[in-house]
Design a protein around this ligand. Structure first.
Ligand SMILES: [Zn+2]
Length: 671
């Protein structure tokens, strides 16, 4: 008999192959941050291996991937966990949850019990140790037994108290999920892109990359956050119920996620998972499911754990946010700055409930980095409302029919030459009259945050530009009712509405106008600062680079960009025509009435306890007056307002010779 046909031998071979495959993907994921398959596909491999091992326990080896969880990064000292951080069993459908419930009820043997359902944050688990109330250690989960000692980095996370606020004085181990808010993630990527550096694929990768930084000051700048999910004291749970630990964590000073519920039965758990799935996109952080735990710690202890996971908890995972699909084509779009942005056109694939057919490719370098060819299979990921990203090309699936992609040497819209300044990642069309740029710029000028001209949408702008009726933003104000009404499919009534909207947009005020001019680097916040500082477009136009740079929050890059914009004769002409059309180019009365000369353009730091008003109230007064409130003292700080019990910030202010105000002096300034 041929041994390869021996069924037991076949199983052994499959197990060996699975282990090798899982190890390989583990390494790609943890050591090289370059996954080839989605999490769900990976889990499927692991599930298959578990099944085979459970049916053939004699084939289980201590080094099988089922016997450990995760991996470690290099460059950090190992940290041995006092109590292992076990991973949870995953479930992918409601039936799994019901089976989990059945098992629990059987183990409880007729006794009543409750579940706690909470969000599964898509981040990295951390264990934090407090001795006598002070934070003394912090480590990643690693393989559950040994993690990385990232204490230096952990200390920079602002929502992790360095001292427990509830005065707890014995040993406490707080476990939680470190993550980056989506809004912070987007800012980090925007900055990296501006600096010409590689961007992160999603918030979790960014959080992981950040925690593995060896330079703690870089970690501090990234604004990691943490939601705690458990607290232990010594070798056991601190409370008789899991629910109580959240109150304790809140009082201790942690940022506790409010989305959790105490459930009397599994139906209530399922109701919670459904509700959270609907809210998923509205959170400023990524979640990948719901964690369900038995509330009673007594029962938790009784139920115990298998070698891999506790029997009293389960992670219910939402549909995968990753998938593999094929790249059909790359189409280059031209934006309002002339930036050429390649977009991947994909074989449509279902991802987290929506069909995905496109993904962002950012720029030429990203195409090079991915080494992507037309026809390649790719791993894509969707994260919240962010446009899907391509994580990786699956090169093992290439069959030789893939073709190389050449980034265009000319503008795909106007055919003009393109340029990519040295050190920048963005390629731009250099034709100032490129219709693609003009269309995008007009849309931006009319957008809600700028001049807010409702009805001036994409289709209409396309026509107006193509027909030569609009050559710059000022042309919008010369449009006549008959002209617009004559345009195809434009009813008389909507034409009248549009004319009224255009007229109304003339009084939107200086801040929105500056924003709408689309000066490079000048977004909403800088537009506000410039409007408050200069009060009129004439003043801004006359400002020198030095004058611009002297404004507290305006850096040299922005100052030069603003100056250059107004130096351009085309832009000077545009301003002249906007003024002639009656567009208001001064700061509006309401905004300037509140400006307090003592506060305008100044940076404040608040510290200690104020007697007559809360910190939020003080901050509001400063901001309304045109100032800014910062959380840390630096050489750029103008004033530190010190209440009672002011601590290290006051010392720092004194050492940097920053002016310190008492609450009384501050109150004088308010007047
Ligand atoms: Zn062009």
């Amino acid at each position: 008999m041929n041994t390869s046909e021996n069924p037991e031998n076949k199983i052994e071979t499959e197990i060996e192959n699975l282990r090798a495959e899982i190890d390989r993907h583990n390494e790609l994921y943890y050591q090289r941050s370059a996954p080839e398959i989605s999490d769900a596909e990976f889990d499927a491999l692991l599930v298959r291996l578990k099944e085979l091992e459970e049916a053939n326990p004699e084939l289980i080896t201590p080094d099988s991937p089922t016997q450990r969880v995760g991996g470690r990064a290099e460059g950090f000292k190992p940290f041995v966990h006092r109590i292992p951080l076990m991973s949870l069993d995953n479930s992918y459908d409601i039936d799994d949850l019901r089976r989990f419930d059945e098992r629990c009820r059987k183990l409880a043997d007729g006794r009543n019990f409750e579940y706690v359902a909470e969000l599964k944050i898509d981040g990295l688990s951390l264990a934090l140790h407090y001795e006598n109330g002070f934070l003394t250690a912090g480590a990643t989960r690693g393989d559950g037994f040994t993690g990385d000692d990232v204490f230096g980095n952990v200390k920079t996370i602002r929502t992790i108290p360095l001292k427990l606020k509830n005065g707890f004085s014995e040993h406490a181990e707080v476990r939680g999920e470190a993550f980056l808010a989506r809004s912070v993630f987007e800012k980090i990527n925007a900055e990296l892109e501006m600096q010409g550096e590689k961007t992160f694929a999603n918030p979790r990768n960014a959080a992981s990359g950040t925690l593995r930084q060896l330079d703690a000051s870089r970690v501090a700048a990234r604004r990691l956050d943490l939601f705690p999910y458990d607290v232990l004291s010594g070798a056991s749970k601190m409370f008789s119920t899991h629910w109580e630990s959240f109150d304790w964590l809140e009082k201790a000073g942690f940022n506790v996620n409010p989305n959790r519920t105490l459930c009397q039965n599994i139906d209530e758990v399922i109701e919670f998972t459904d509700r959270m799935l609907l809210l998923r996109d509205s959170f400023d952080y990524d979640i990948d499911g719901v964690v369900v735990k038995i509330n009673s710690t007594q029962l938790q202890q009784e139920f115990g754990a298998t070698t891999k996971a506790p029997r009293w908890a389960i992670a219910y995972k939402y549909p995968a946010m990753q998938a593999t699909t094929q790249l059909r084509d790359i189409v280059v779009q031209v934006g309002r700055t002339g930036a050429l942005t390649p977009v991947a056109y994909l074989e449509p694939v279902l991802l987290a409930g929506t069909v995905v057919a496109r993904a962002s490719l950012h720029n030429e370098d990203e195409i090079k980095r991915l080494d992507i060819k037309l026809g390649d299979f790719v791993l894509i990921e969707k994260s919240g409302e962010i446009i899907p990203q391509i994580l990786q090309v699956i090169k093992t699936r290439r069959n030789g029919t893939e073709t190389k992609y050449e980034f265009p040497k000319t503008c795909p819209v106007c055919g003009f030459a393109v340029a990519r300044p040295e050190g920048e990642v963005v390629t731009r069309c250099i034709n100032p009259d490129c219709p693609a740029k003009l269309k995008a710029r007009i849309l931006y000028f009319a957008s809600r945050k700028a001049m807010d001209i409702e009805g001036l949408g994409e289709v209409l702008v396309e026509k107006l530009v193509d027909l030569g009726m609009v050559k710059n933003a000022a042309d919008i104000y010369s449009l006549q009712l008959e002209q617009i009404a004559e345009l195809e499919r434009m009813a008389e009534k909507s034409a009248t509405n549009l004319i009224n909207q255009i007229e109304a947009s003339k009084t939107r005020g200086l801040q929105r106008l500056i924003y709408g001019l689309d000066i490079r680097h000048v977004g909403e916040r800088y537009a506000k600062i410039l409007a408050r500082s200069f009060r009129s477009i004439e003043n801004l136009q006359r400002a020198t680079v030095e004058e611009l740079d002297a404004i507290h929050e305006i850096g040299l890059t922005v100052a030069i960009s603003v100056f250059n914009w107004f130096e351009n004769p085309r832009n000077q002409e545009l301003i002249k025509r906007l003024q002639a059309a009656g567009v208001k180019t001064e700061i509006d009365g309401e905004t300037s009435a509140n400006i307090n000369e003592n506060f305008n353009g100044k940076t404040f730091v608040l510290t200690g306890k104020l007697e007559t008003l809360t910190r939020d109230e003080a901050a509001k007064l400063i901001e309304e007056g045109g100032g800014r409130v910062s959380s840390s003292v630096s050489k750029k700080t103008d004033f530190v307002v010190a209440g009672s019990d002011a601590g290290s910030k006051l010392d720092k202010a004194n050492s940097l010779n920053v002016k310190v105000l008492s609450e009384k002096e501050f109150a004088e300034m308010v007047k």
